[in-house]
Design a protein around this ligand. Structure first.
Ligand code: 17E
Ligand code: FE2
Length: 411
């Protein structure tokens, strides 16, 4: 199968993409639009891009909002309390069923690479064991990375360190953390040292929920970045949320940015989640409660957007559509300038792939897997403006999803 009449990001003209089974065989410029031969896919002068990436989601908690109670305050901390109640009811099958349903939603929106945080502050590790099976059972749909995520703390939860080690032994790909939730600042710092040691020892990647609070005193990002810098692990390390940075003063932040750049760590922002959960202790003026997305990007560091939640104790909405997150994030982060709009898809494709360390498994290049999307618009700007969609998702050269857009009749 081949794709004709494709536009590629950042390049003029139309392209023909030849597939050789499950690989991309050739990408060549077309002198003009052509009529698609039988069996080929016609991109109709719209963008063809590598699959969307979901770099941050909690598939173990998905589709549990209101069970047994709703988060009425809208704070992160009530979310953690409500989840502790639901977690007590978690079973292997319950986790697998909800995760599978959510993965189908992600696939319907063109996502083929997913990093999920899975709560390991549970002596049975039931959700983690279930997700290890889901990772195998959904290989035809997505590449799934599992983060051992200590929702109730590493140092502050009984046997927290041992549970993290067990989770890695059971097959977690990534080591997580939650330093701002540990009982004391010292425990936050020691949790980071512990998790970085664990990752270094086992070859895991690192993705820490870091400073997810409006408290400007929450300064664990500097600890994580320095650990990454000293160990030379920065490209394998991600700081998720870092929303306290939205409350740091500029003098501290300017010093911090020097370290962040040297450390080479990656950042994930979840703009819909943070605009909902943060600012909850403010009256007016009310903080946006997001990290400095545009500033991190403009400083040449790597940042991407994630959904975080779909219908769980932290966030009641969500449908798998990462383009919705991108649109909201661009608004919330003051990134509707023309140059930001024209490269906005970076925030859900290439930047996210770099965060997940996908390397040569990702990208529209000859020899790489034939994983790609046909979109509904010719460039990034028009994708956002028209609230466009992934129309076709190909994985290993096979159609995973095809969308027929709604049509409108006037008069
Ligand atoms: N847990 C957490 O600590 N923070 C979040 N944003 C979610 C779960 C969704
Ligand atoms: Fe999260």
């Amino acid at each position: 199968m081949n794709i004709v009449n494709a536009r590629l990001r950042g390049r003029e003209g139309l392209f023909h993409i030849a597939l050789d089974g499950s690989r991309i065989a050739a990408i060549s410029a077309q002198p003009a639009a052509v009529i698609a031969p039988e069996g080929d896919l016609d991109a109709a002068s719209n963008l063809v891009v590598p699959p969307f990436v979901e770099p941050h989601i909690h598939l173990d908690a998905t589709l549990t909002a209101g069970e047994p109670a709703w988060n009425m305050s809208g704070t992160l901390f009530e979310g953690i309390e409500r989840w502790a109640e639901r977690k007590a009811l978690v079973t292997h099958e319950d986790t697998k069923t909800r995760a599978r349903k959510t993965i189908d939603m992600l696939v319907d929106h063109g996502i083929q690479h997913v990093r999920t945080h899975v709560d390991v502050t549970d002596p049975s590790l039931a959700a983690l064991k279930a997700m290890v099976e889901v990772r195998e059972e959904t290989r035809h749909l997505i590449d799934l990375q599992i983060v051992a995520f200590p929702q109730e703390g590493i140092e502050s939860y009984a046997n927290g360190r041992a549970l993290m080690e067990q989770a890695v032994a059971l097959g977690a790909d990534v080591v997580g953390g939650i330093p701002h939730f540990e009982n004391t600042r010292d425990q936050g710092v020691s949790s980071i040292k512990f998790l970085m040691d664990l990752a270094e020892r086992t070859g895991c990647l690192v993705d820490v929920h870091c400073d997810e609070t409006d408290d400007p005193q929450s300064r664990f990002l500097e600890v994580l970045a320095e650990e990454a810098r000293v160990r030379g692990m920065g490209e394998r390390v991600t700081a998720s949320h870092t929303v306290a940075m939205g409350s740091y003063d500029n003098a501290y932040c300017s010093k911090l940015f020097r370290l962040l750049k040297m450390s080479k760590i990656n950042f994930v922002s979840c703009p819909t989640e943070s605009i909902h959960l943060q600012g909850r202790f403010d009256s007016y003026p009310k903080r946006r409660g997001l990290t400095r997305v545009a500033e991190i990007d403009r400083a040449g560091m790597n940042i991407c957007f994630g959904q975080d939640s779909i219908v769980d104790p932290w966030y009641p909405l969500g449908n798998g559509n990462i383009l919705r997150i991108l649109e909201a994030g661009l608004h919330i982060c003051h990134m509707l300038g023309y140059s930001d709009l024209q490269r906005s898809l970076d925030l859900i494709t290439d930047n996210s792939a770099r965060t997940l360390h996908l390397g040569e498994r990702y990208g529209l290049e000859v020899g790489r897997p034939a994983n790609l999307l046909i979109l509904s618009a010719p460039d990034d700007y028009e994708m956002i403006r028209t609230q466009g969609y992934a129309l076709v998702s190909l994985r290993n050269g096979e159609v995973l999803m095809r969308r027929t857009p709604a049509s409108v009749q006037r008069g």
